[in-house]
Design a protein around this ligand. Structure first.
Ligand SMILES: [Zn+2]
Length: 256
């Protein structure tokens, strides 16, 4: 049961028939791991904390740099040099003191990822290399924890949700991106630049997918890739298919 304060705080969710009081209870009971508290992670943390996600774990081993402030709007000028995980956790606690927030100022490698994924209901990643994304994808498939993945560069953002165990044709990230991708696909935003508000679009879409996956609302991006072109202001969604020979999800049992 939601108390009077919670009813008021989450009223605009409760009013939605797709979420309602029941969906809000699920959000309050949910445990979400956010990996990467940068451009994408910021809005994800902001919206999930505001949504009342009961347990938010924020993993990032990086420190706030001056060049982050152009787009990572949960940080302030005075945060430069501080650990992102700790500043982001402080931001989330101040936004919503009723939730529990854990800061993990560390890089989540393969050894640690699977166990950590198992402790959470949904993982949202906004990391900046394909290699890191492959590691997290493998952990998500092994732990069967839905993984919201958001990538961006320059003026374009891409978001999807990976749950390959949940349907015959649903892919994982590895189905789409080979282990040795072409050089041009590997260029990180550190090298190529990114327009500030784009990270807000990508992060908001990723947060929306996490909320929908938890509350059971609507149709998620599982099996689809959302592509946003900020320069021409166009969005499209393309269907994704799994690779039956995928080294990560090819052999797992699926339930439809
Ligand atoms: Zn796969």
């Amino acid at each position: 049961m939601l108390g009077p304060d919670a009813r008021e705080r989450y009223l605009r969710h409760i009013l939605l028939k797709e979420i309602g009081a029941q969906g809000q209870q699920k959000l309050i009971a949910a445990r979400v791991l956010v990996i990467g508290a940068g451009g994408v992670g910021g809005p994800v943390i902001q919206y999930l904390a505001a949504a009342g996600v009961g347990r938010l774990t924020i993993a990032d081993d990086d420190r706030v740099a001056l060049s982050n402030l152009q787009r990572q709007t949960i940080y302030r000028d005075a945060d430069v040099g501080a650990l992102k995980a700790e500043r982001a956790a402080a931001f989330a606690r101040a936004l919503n003191p009723s939730i529990s927030v854990v800061a993990l100022p560390e890089r989540i490698g393969a050894a640690r990822a699977e166990a950590l994924f198992r402790e959470h209901d949904v993982v949202v990643e906004g990391v900046d290399t394909i290699e890191a994304r492959q590691t997290l994808n493998a952990a998500g498939v092994a732990a069967r924890t839905p993984l919201v993945s958001a990538a961006l560069g320059r003026f374009e953002a891409q978001v999807s949700l990976f749950t390959p165990w949940a349907g015959q044709d649903l892919p994982c990230y590895r189905c789409l991106v080979p282990e040795t991708p072409p050089r041009e696909a590997v260029i990180a935003c550190a090298e190529e630049g990114v327009v500030g508000p784009l990270v807000g679009v990508a992060g908001s879409i990723a947060a929306l997918e996490a909320v929908k996956a938890i509350a059971g609302a609507g149709e998620t991006l599982a099996g689809r890739l959302f592509i946003f072109d900020g320069l021409r202001l166009m969005a499209r969604t393309v269907r994704l298919r799994r690779d039956p020979d995928c080294s990560v999800c090819g052999s797992i049992a699926r339930s439809v």
